[in-house]
Design a protein around this ligand. Sequence first.
Ligand code: 3PG
Length: 400
Amino acid sequence: VGDLTAADLKGRKVFVRADLNVPLDENRNITDDTRIRAAVPTIKHLISNGAKVILSSHLGRPKGVTPKFSLNPIVPRLSELLGIKVEKADDCIGPEVAKLVNALPEGGVLLLENVRFYKEEEKNDPEFAKKLAALADLYVNDAFGTAHRAHASTEGVTKFLKPSVAGFLLQKELDYLVGAVSTPKRPFAAIVGGSKVSSKIGVIESLLEKCDILLLGGGMIFTFYKAQGFSVGSSLVENDKLELASSLLAKAKAKGVSLLLPTDVVIADKFAADAASKVVPASEIPDGWMGLDVGPDSVKTFSDALDTTKTIIWNGPMGVFEFDKFAVGTESIAKKLAELSGKGVTTIIGGGDSVAAVEKVGVADAMSHISTGGGASLELLEGKELPGVVALDEAVAVAV
Ligand code: 3PG
């Protein structure tokens, strides 16, 4: 069984690895429940088919048992979303947990304690994986956000628990981030932003093989400008990546990809929310000033280019959107994507800061897909295989 919908579930104990690693405030209140909501369809399917659901996740990066990283704060919200009382175990392996599992009714859900309370989890220790596996009859991986980690609960456990299948969230993420990106409806545009070229080299190189239009924004553009001989003032530049930037520009040209850099930038006299600012052509950044956002002409050029497309993937903000004054470029692109989504363009937001930007603008619901993974979506967009996916029974079929 490679497919959750085809699995025989009634009365069976199903170990579900989800990514419930949500942000909490200092009082341990959930500040963004997106990942919990994203885990619900798979769990509801299991409940309505009479499975006994053993739910596992990590939270944060604890070193040993740390109450601050307990999954207890997840229980009320998850119970509310599922419409049932979710049981909670104080551990994730051992006889007490086994007792709670055995007491689960059909359609019941038991949330295990943070699996990273054991260092064996991140070490992918086979004995630990075996203990997790011993709790259940079937394994479902729905933890897309953690699928790039070869940990005991994401990878090791599949060696001891068959069948091992993908949950609905993991499948949907693969459909969009692999399927829609590999065989896109064309023209296909990729928008890549973020502060550093170095963290996006793999993504740019991989997308250059697939896209028709590549729009670059964010702090990384100044390395490209400097490589072209522009004065960049005190903007962020990775001097050891100048040659690389030139070679990426050359590669785009050779491949016939239309690569657009912003033509104007919003510059600031310091890196601060209340900095003095003005708009200048990209090639004319004065000494002592730094670029913190793309300018209005660039937004117009980018929007016109996006108007011609049928598929868009976006990873990384256009500027320092945490500062309102320098958020306009990022917000304009978010709004543009929302508008195009309404016209039938496939719009994919590939994780991390661009997701936060889309949420800040309030257009998240308009997008075709918003990834729940940061590191995992980046690795997929770089064309890498994810250990948590490779470990499943069959190569997971990807479709859109
Ligand atoms: C994430 O938030 O990106 C995932 O939950 C993975 O967490 P990690 O980076 O601590 O492995």
